[in-house]
Design a protein around this ligand. Structure first.
Ligand code: HDE
Length: 755
């Protein structure tokens, strides 16, 4: 069979064990297409439980819905989109092998046309994100205040959570200074509930009408389209200093909350006050909180900047890796509740003002359920990109308030999906399908995938027997709370209670520990320092003076400008310790420990340490001068990182097992000159090892060593005895000390170090 022979020849050539590629189809002398037998098709991926939307059956009897995967890749043969089998997809149809491509090549046109339209508009904000599937389990503790069925005891609800940055484009870096989105879709039996929150509990503006203004100011400048995914530029600071209600959110951004260590280590907030309704119809005002089991942790700014270069996908990778490794991230959903009084304030705090928090010391956060993210998406586009959240996706028991920011969002999210997802039928996309039975009487429209039957998509009707029926309170209808709207004039105004823009930022500042304040000062100095306009820097300082004189003076010093005086009288509220990220001990799950060693190091010690790191639920990564395996003693030790691929920012702690050698050996044979440049002859330690240790030190990371590692630490300028630099007699003994340090997240005594 000449066809088969040509195919076999092609395979041999590709493997490198064959002769010249004479017989490859498409080359002169080729006789026929290469494949005459199909390879076995891979079975469709099993549908995820949370994608199992309502099953529908097409007129041909072919199931759709959860069996989508089957439709996507089910056939054994390569086909056109219409199912016609193809014999070749590598060559255009030509008039002769060297001749012009023919317009009649319908396969070429279909393939390229589809490709041309693969991209959809990215989200106008929150374009860059990562998501995961999971499950939410209710504790039943909210039963007194809400009838929402998914919060009842032990009810398990499939969820899909998407985390995001706000300002950057889809391809921007993960660890920029920005707010993070934290949006969760609960596929409840009563319909889908979306909690579309952020990792910062307040917002820049009090009224949705200003959303385009803050976003236009934060996005790259419209002339050169720079800077990408940054707030450190003139237009952002121009807006937030002119518009002082942004002060509180901006302060959170400048704090460590603006650069989270991991999506798994962020709090989430519903921001607005919502209204809960219980089975008797009684209402309670509520703020939603997500509390991460691993605690709230951040990067330090220099580290965040290095990560952007070393691994722009740092957060995305961290989330996916943790889930793949079975270290499922978890958050408790908590609620702060407030009496639904006519003025909707609590302890003098206006609950309709989204620039306010209610300190947890005044209203404790009570846990009502547990979120566990336990499965990565199988297809980024289909799931993470196409998921469409909307704060108006509510279930009975959860209602909205008149927060003017929330009102605007209720309009915006539906509207934006229509242009982003190409029409009004985005609810039919698998990831957006509700798990509750649907009969919405919506018909037609772009990308309609349902084949609706019946002739009466209207109400009332007699032709469909009056179907579908209306529900009542006893059959699970969503009924808005019949709240009285006070008689009022139609005005474009904010209430007087919205005009205090500084006392809550001051509360936040006063609640920070000294090291957190140091980071805030550094962040403002960096960001305002990046502005070109002198007047914007000066205005920035005026805003800071109204938060705190020390903050203002320190930043002014960094900018080389005089510190202005406050223009408001500064109050001294009681600090809220819950706002600080320091002072507790946290689980170690998923933390990354780098182990530096070479073939002459204590390999037995490394073997035991690896096991102990894994036993503690952490990730050990062996760093050596070159890749491959380190031989000596027992089992060879696999190397995960080399001096070339390792950078300190990947690790939460570093252990040194002996005196790791000069990494240049690996190059020496190839390029002696280059090797000499990397590690000059006679250097005690490879400069890349020194840099690794020094950076880890600067970023407050735990460092440990044994088997003579003191020499290495000293050569990096971080002798044993400096805070958080420890040695032990054995690898596991050293690890125990490092674990203690890791529980505090960082070695805070090392700050300030000017990063
Ligand atoms: Fe959003 N926001 N937003 N936002 N938002 C969007 O919707 C909007 C606000 C938040 O992972 C958009 O589908 C307005 C506050 C998250 O898909 C858009 C206002 C909070 C996400 C939109 C706000 C958020 C978005 C863009 C002011 C925290 C990403 C794409 C009134 C409580 C969801 C999209 C995801 C996305 C509008 C303010 C959170 C344009 C008009 C406050 C987490 O509809």
């Amino acid at each position: 069979n000449p066809v088969k022979a040509a195919a076999e020849k092609a395979v041999e050539v590709l493997r490198g064990d064959g002769g010249p590629p004479d017989g490859i189809p498409g080359r002169p002398g080729a006789e026929a297409p290469p494949v005459d037998e199909p390879t076995a098709a891979r079975g469709p991926l099993p549908p995820k439980p949370d994608q199992s939307g309502p099953e529908t059956v097409s007129p041909t009897g072919r199931p759709t819905g959860a069996a989508q995967a089957d439709m996507a890749q089910g056939g054994e043969y390569l086909t056109t989109a219409q199912g016609a089998r193809l014999y070749d997809t590598d060559h255009s149809l030509k008039a002769g092998a060297r001749g012009p491509v023919l317009l009649q090549d319908h396969h070429l046109r279909e393939k390229i046309t589809h490709f041309d339209h693969e991209r959809i508009p990215e989200r106008v904000v929150h374009a860059r994100g990562a998501a995961a599937h999971g499950v939410f389990k209710g504790y039943g503790t909210a039963a007194k205040v809400t009838k929402a069925a998914f919060l009842a005891k032990d009810v398990e609800t499939p969820v899909f959570t998407r985390f995001s940055t706000v300002l950057g484009s889809r391809g921007s870096s993960d660890t920029v200074r920005d707010t993070r989105g934290f949006a969760t879709k609960f596929y409840t039996a009563e319909g889908t509930f979306d909690l579309v929150g952020n990792n910062i509990p307040v917002f820049f503006i009090q009224d949705a009408v200003k959303f385009p203004d803050i976003i236009h100011a934060g996005k790259p400048h419209p002339d050169r389209e720079i800077p990408q995914a940054q707030s450190a530029h003139d237009t952002f600071w121009d807006f937030v200093t002119l518009h002082t209600e942004a002060t509180h959110h901006t302060l959170w951004n400048m704090s460590d909350r603006g650069i989270p260590r991991s999506y798994r280590m962020m709090e989430g907030f519903g921001v607005h006050t919502f209204r809960l309704v219980n089975a008797e119809g009684a209402t309670t005002l509520v703020k939603f909180h997500w509390k991460p089991r691993l605690g709230v942790h951040s990067l330090v700014w220099e580290e965040a900047q290095l990560v952007n270069g070393m691994d722009p996908d740092f957060h995305r990778r961290d989330l996916a890796d943790a889930i793949e490794a079975g270290a499922y991230p978890q958050w408790e959903l908590g609620i702060q509740t407030f009496p639904d009084t006519p003025d909707q304030t609590f302890e003098g705090i206006d609950l309709l003002d989204p620039t306010n928090i209610v300190p947890e010391e005044l209203a404790p956060v009570r846990p009502v359920g547990l979120l566990t993210l336990n499965a990565n998406p199988s297809n980024f586009f289909a799931e993470t990109e196409q998921v469409a959240f909307h704060p108006g996706h509510l279930v009975p028991g959860i209602d909205i308030t008149d927060d003017p920011l929330l009102s605007g969002r209720l309009f915006s999210y539906l509207d934006t999906q229509i242009s982003r997802l190409g029409g009004p039928n985005f609810a039919q996309i698998p990831i957006n399908r509700t798990h509750a039975p649907v009969n919405d009487m919506h018909r037609d429209g772009m990308h309609q995938t349902a084949v609706h039957t019946g002739v009466a998509p209207y109400r009332p009707n007699s032709l469909d027997g009056g179907c579908p029926f209306l529900a009542g309170a006893d059959t699970g209808a969503y009924i808005e709370v019949p709240r009285e709207v006070p008689a009022a004039k139609k005005v474009r105004e904010a209430p007087a209670s919205f005009s205090d823009h500084f006392s809550q930022p001051r509360l936040f500042w006063l609640s920070m520990s000294p090291v957190e304040r140091e980071h805030i000062i550094a962040a403002y100095t960096f960001e305002l320092g990046k502005c070109y306009e002198q007047s914007i820097k000066e205005r920035g300082l005026k805003v800071l003076a109204n938060i705190d004189p020390e903050l203002c003076e320190q930043v002014a010093m960094g900018l080389g400008l005089p510190a202005p005086a406050a223009t408001v009288s500064l109050t001294t509220p009681a600090p809220s310790p819950a706002l600080s990220q320091l002072g507790q001990t946290w689980p170690l799950d998923g933390r990354v420990v780098g182990i530096l060693v070479d073939a002459d190091g204590d390999l037995d010690g490394v073997r035991s340490v690896r096991e102990a790191v894994l036993d503690a639920g952490m990730v050990p990564l062996v760093i050596a001068p070159a890749g491959g395996k380190l031989e000596g003693g027992g089992e060879p030790v696999a190397v995960q990182r080399t001096y070339v691929t390792a950078r300190s920012v990947e690790y939460d702690a570093i252990l040194v097992a002996g005196v790791p050698g000069i990494g240049s050996d690996a190059y020496a044979a190839r390029d002696a000159k280059a090797a000499e440049a990397v590690a000059p002859a006679g250097a005690a330690t490879d400069p890349r090892v020194q840099l690794l240790l020094l950076e880890a030190f600067r970023h407050g990371k735990a460092i440990g060593g044994w088997a003579g590692a003191e020499r290495v630490l000293e050569s990096a300028g971080i002798p044993v005895g400096t805070p958080g630099v420890v040695t032990g007699d054995s690898g596991t003994g050293t690890l125990e000390q490092v674990k203690q340090l890791l529980g505090q997240h960082r070695v805070w005594e090392r700050f300030p170090i000017g990063v």
